[in-house]
Design a protein around this ligand. Structure first.
Ligand code: VGL
Ligand code: ZN
Length: 284
């Protein structure tokens, strides 16, 4: 190679290494320091077509509408951790309207709502515990508690060319104690016992949690609130969630924004994760 050739090659390498270090710098602000998890909340038959179908709730939502959106996220974005949660109640669960007689001795004397006049979805107080009376749902080992068949479950049968083939997966059952409900994937409703989710995520160095699933104003809400409280950078993927009641959904999403959660559209997630979209600008 002649002199000019050598000069050119040297400039070429310098430019390339300068460019790549610049790229590294901008990348490191975003993706390099983040460990991203997708948390898929309660995409279970009972909330879609079963005993607590959102269709029969005030919102009249179709819970299955979350599935193509979640599957698309799984197919197009490499996550570092994926979590699937399931509401997983024993037959005698405190949240079941059908079980009210098991605990009628715990209803305070003079309470306006008692075992004889309580209706579905009423709030009732058992001792100090406020509880909504839901129709029996997500009973352990029943079809109603299974994840919907169309939801893509990443597991050892996932094809080797799938972008999330080797992504660690956490499966979590919640609401297993008959005497206490657990909307959040992190804590029961009285914040007495913590699930193992936080420690599992911390072990995997997760920094960011993207939440999708059912129900926006119940389990998605409580899970997001606790995720932010536990210092995860928390996003709720609005169009990948469906809920019980439109007014409650609006109110709860606003509350989440006031508690350090970011509400995001599914088509922005990839850009935020890959660092091509600044997190503060995700709304535009
Ligand atoms: C849920 C009501 C009762 C939920 C669970 O997954 O949002 N909702 N149990
Ligand atoms: Zn439940």
């Amino acid at each position: 190679m002649n002199f000019f050739g050598l000069m050119f090659q040297s400039i070429h390498y310098k430019t390339r290494s300068l460019l790549s270090s610049l790229k590294l710098n901008t990348m490191s602000k975003h993706s390099k320091t983040r460990v991203n998890s997708l948390l898929i909340v309660d995409v279970q038959n009972d909330f879609i077509t079963g005993t607590l179908s959102l269709r029969n709730c005030p919102s009249k939502h179709c819970g299955e509408d979350v599935i193509p959106t979640i599957n698309h996220l799984l197919a197009t974005i490499k996550f570092d951790v994926i979590v699937y949660t399931q509401d997983w109640h024993p037959r005698t669960h405190i949240s079941f309207y059908e079980c009210i007689n098991l605990r009628k001795h715990l209803i305070a004397d003079g309470s306006k709502i008692d075992a004889s006049n309580a209706k579905l979805y009423d709030y009732i107080k058992f001792a100090d515990v406020e509880q909504i009376l839901w129709p029996a749902h997500c009973i352990q080992n029943t079809t109603g508690a299974e994840l919907h068949k169309d939801l893509h479950i990443i597991d050892n049968k996932t094809p080797s060319n799938h972008i999330n083939k080797n992504t660690p997966v956490i499966r979590l059952h919640k609401g297993t104690d008959p005497d206490i409900d657990s909307y959040s994937a992190f804590w029961d409703n009285q914040k007495i016992s913590k699930t193992t989710l936080d420690s599992q995520l911390k072990k995997l160095n997760v920094t960011d949690i993207y939440i999708a699933g059912i129900a926006t104003d119940v389990c998605v809400y409580s899970t997001a609130l606790h995720a932010a409280e536990l210092n995860y950078c928390t996003y709720v993927i609005e169009d990948a969630c469906r809920g019980v009641d439109e007014n409650a959904i609006t109110e709860k999403l606003k509350d989440l924004e006031e508690h350090n959660c970011q509400i995001i559209k599914s088509n922005k997630v990839k850009a935020v994760i890959e660092g091509t979209q600044d997190q503060r600008e995700y709304k535009q």
